[in-house]
Design a protein around this ligand. Sequence first.
Ligand SMILES: NC(=O)c1ccc[n+]([C@@H]2O[C@H](COP(=O)([O-])OP(=O)(O)OC[C@H]3O[C@@H](n4cnc5c(N)ncnc54)[C@H](OP(=O)(O)O)[C@@H]3O)[C@@H](O)[C@H]2O)c1
Length: 313
Amino acid sequence: MRMINDSLSVAILGGSGFVGSELCAQLTAAGYSVRVLTRHPQKCRHLKVLPSLTILPLAKYQAKTIRQHASGCHALINLIGILNEKGNNGKQFHDIHVGITREALNACEQASIPRLLQMSALNADADGPSYYLSSKGKAENYIKTFTDESINYTIFRPSVIFGENDSFLNRFADLLKIVPGFMPLACPNARFAPVFVGDVVKRMVQSIDDKSTFNQAYDLCGPHTYTLKELVQYTANICGYKRVIIGLPDFLSRLQASIFEYIPGKPFSKDNYKSLQIDSVCEQCEPCPTSLQAIAPTYLSRSAGANFSYNPE
Ligand SMILES: NC(=O)c1ccc[n+]([C@@H]2O[C@H](COP(=O)([O-])OP(=O)(O)OC[C@H]3O[C@@H](n4cnc5c(N)ncnc54)[C@H](OP(=O)(O)O)[C@@H]3O)[C@@H](O)[C@H]2O)c1
């Protein structure tokens, strides 16, 4: 396996994160040499055990520094993304999703990197209802209309991604642990098709040299769809927490978002509320195979610690 791709190097923006860590593991296992460009090398300590992986610190994601670090690479992968911004006018979403994509593409052009993989999100659309979805959509449009035709892109548009260290089920597990008896839940009927991080990353790695994926965008969903309330109840059951999940009506969901966006760390925001107005489910694509039930109990049980009493029967 290693010998096939041994001469190929891939540079990753956002390699320090949840998806990035799995991507680094799968790329190095497939024989790629990997360069992780990051503002936070200290967040990458867990990656140091991987063979043929280099961590390259940078202060900012700018074309010049990306080009310097990624020069000679066969592909650049952009995983940079945020779910909430510091302000609430869309500027940081735009700067990070559209701005860094522009820097990445310029770096590809200047360093003659022929391949760009871009992580977007399901429902990303320049006219989408939230700053998150519209800025992701504008970044996609920027790539699709970029004039340098020597750069072949592939765009990935997943629903919510689960796996060890995810920030979705783990966050609900943490919340459920501290709430007393019941949990008020905004947007309980929003629907998701959670997709396993291992499946998402496998599709990315396979696409690098697969010409049929060049200049295409792919929606990625798991095999089953759930409402948000079902997912939170499932998390509580797996962790062994006896909690009643109380779905909030729309006006209280909006009120919760308006209040929670002022809590440090923004556990829920008006922009999140707007993103949840569209179901995050796939209409037509072939689903990724791994189910939530096959994976989530393994890591949620660990985070639940002593409370764990999961019985698959
Ligand atoms: N997780 C999901 O459920 C999900 C679903 C759909 C789409 N996505 C997309 O998938 C990508 C990866 O998601 P993830 O869950 O792995 O995210 P993550 O763990 O938060 O990692 C994202 C990376 O973005 C970089 N980043 C964060 N804030 C930044 C900022 N203010 N300025 C510049 N860079 C910043 C960080 O890189 P450094 O700190 O190393 O510089 C970080 O490693 C994102 O684009 C996300 O929108 C995720």
